[in-house]
Design a protein around this ligand. Sequence first.
Ligand code: DGJ
Length: 545
Amino acid sequence: MKRILALVLIFYWIIAVTEAQVGNNLSGIRISKAGGRTSLSVDGKPFLILGGELGNSSASNANYLRPYWSLLKEMNLNTLLVPVYWELIQPEENRFDFSLVDTMILTARKYDIKLVFLWFGTWKNSMSCYAPLWMKTNPAVYTRTADTAGRSQELFSVFGKATLEADKKAFAALMKHIRLTDQREKTVLMVQVENEIGMLPLAREYSKKADSLYKAPIPAALKYLLELNQQNLIPEFYQKWEKQQFNTKGNWPSVFGDDVYTEEIFQAWHYASFAQEVALAGKKEYDLPMFVNAALPRPGKLPGQYPSAGPLPHLMDIWQAAAPAIDMLSPDFYNPDTRYWCDRYVRNNNTLFIPEIQFDASTAAKAFFVIGRYHAIGFSPFSIENNKPASVSLTRAYDILKQLSPVITANKWLHMDGFFLTKKEKEDASMMGDFKLRVVHYNTMSWASEAKDSVWSPSGGIVIQTAPDEFLIAGTGIVVEFENIDRNKVTNILEATEVSYQHGVRVSGRRMNGDEDHQGRHIRFPVGEWGIQHVKLYNSPARIE
Ligand code: DGJ
């Protein structure tokens, strides 16, 4: 019996080794959309990323990071976004060192935390500071861009063939290493290609090569996209092209107009093509989902005044056409207008994933908003190990979202929405089946202790309609009222129960009636209180004869 068992084990071991050698590059990790619902799945099981991104240098030394892992686990994080630094994994042109990557994977497994790796490759926040030293010191081969005064900057040119080949080689080696070490465990879920690609301080490069390409006919693939997709282009892009009477012939200025926005489009096409080649080289080794992230511009700035030509909403058509191997275009939020930017990033069927968002007192409430409203597959405050005060509320929000994850990701609900409310935007609404939900900030209640304060605690929540007359409502600092869309009916709360989910099973707590639901008028979570309630509604005739 023991011999048979040993033979079986050897057999499986041989299969595993052979498979690794021939290179089965399928990861089993997928982003999919069905019936308008998005999900990230690992071997068919849905996974909602409750993440956090490390500060830039924190993963460069395993000893430095060691004390933080247990804190991150206590914050209810299930995923950590971790930089992989090109200069450290390829210290010499012909030598790779993945020891830091291995330590991250092994430690993450110990804490049962998944990883998203961030490839700090050719570009990091526009610049090329993470390129290996042997590249930086060889500008004749790895060409750089110039600033407005013609001075060379530490920013590699997108037209540098040697740079692209070096990046592809390093990224492919990284992905191969992840496959060989992690294909079974699947600790690594996704990879970000480069970091905040963006041209500065001009909208495009001005080298001889760049100039000649700018003055040459647009690439055939772009011409094809324009012709095929004219009616589906995002409005900003469509309107720009419309001004040129939808011309597809000639160079960039003749197709899009001779201005700085066209320069940005040109540069974006080349950045996206570069990212495509890097992503493809990596996916050939191991096909994990991949995304690129963008630094969002401040209002009123022109291309060149912000990191230009990155995966920005007005350039989505360009990025998606030139980089089909990139699965998502992702915004980094250091800008308060979450709603404005999320609205733009879910166009063109783009799946929303937020790899970075400023980690402050409002962040936790925003997690409910982006997951509930935009069905984001994940959320990740930046410098997650470094903000003790904000981590208190994030811990509560992630606890709730962790409990609700199976319901959210099963995608069997009828409607789901999220809310983020402040003193300025204190009210929101949502249509769900037969009902209109009015959602207001708790401080609009006359008795709220903060009601007259000049600053209100941010509030947020998620509402999931699980059956025509049933809802799960969760969050903090919100009040939810229900109204039947049929004016002949009046809707009231039949029962409201505080609930929690333990190992996916719903467990009832208090029956929430009396003061807790304002004697049946609404569902609420006061500021400072966090929770989940299950609510059942009933209708009665509106008129009493
Ligand atoms: C956005 C970048 O992507 C991060 O790596 C980091 O530099 C933050 N900005 C800093 O605010």
